[in-house]
Design a binder for this molecule. Structure first.
Ligand code: SF4
Length: 173
């Protein structure tokens, strides 16, 4: 077993204590640098940084960042939800480490959707109904995963389906 334990730290924003925004940080007892490219290969990280190595995943709308000595999870309902995710990730880390002989390590993140391709699928009227000044600004937000097809009211059902299909290639949830 590579990762044996961790110390938890819970961060709550003082300004909005009622918001769904508890952050869970697990300070790891072991250095997991070597497993990070294997974990990236198994779970399909959307962002991989080489130096120092870290990988980020989006799982059920949560952002999980795995560093050599730390795992961070954001936007949680409560501490229990964070504990569940960290326990799951600990299992994945140890499984990937055990099976590293069979796994091809991956040193880059998943391909990302292109802003220009998203823009092509929008009405391009800059109407502002989405709350953004232009379709281009909206397309950037879609590319980053913050907005989706449903957030552009004038987009037809067919257009929404096309945009969903395009984003689906990149495992957006
Ligand atoms: S609502 Fe749609 S069409 Fe209007 S500005 Fe936003 S992205 Fe463009």
């Amino acid at each position: 077993m590579l990762l044996k334990g961790y110390r938890k730290e819970i961060v709550r924003p003082e300004c909005r204590p009622e918001a769904e925004s508890v952050h869970y940080i697990a300070h790891l007892n072991q250095d997991i640098t070597e497993v990070i490219p294997y974990l990236n290969s198994v779970l399909g990280g959307f962002q991989y940084l080489k130096d120092p190595p870290s990988v980020s995943f989006k799982v059920h709308g949560k952002l999980i960042a795995v560093h050599p000595r730390m795992i961070c999870v954001n936007a949680l309902r409560d501490e229990a939800e964070g504990e569940k995710i960290i326990q799951w990730m600990k299992q994945e880390i140890n499984d990937a480490w055990e099976r590293r002989g069979e796994i091809e390590p991956k040193f880059e993140g998943a391909p990302k959707p292109k802003v220009i391709d998203i823009l092509k699928l929008l009405p391009k009227t800059n109407c502002g109904e989405c709350g953004q000044p232009t379709c281009m600004v909206f397309a950037v937000q879609v590319a980053e995963g913050g907005k989706g097809p449903e957030d552009c009211p004038p987009l037809s059902e067919e257009g929404k389906a096309k945009l969903s299909d395009y984003l689906g290639q990149f495992h957006f949830d």
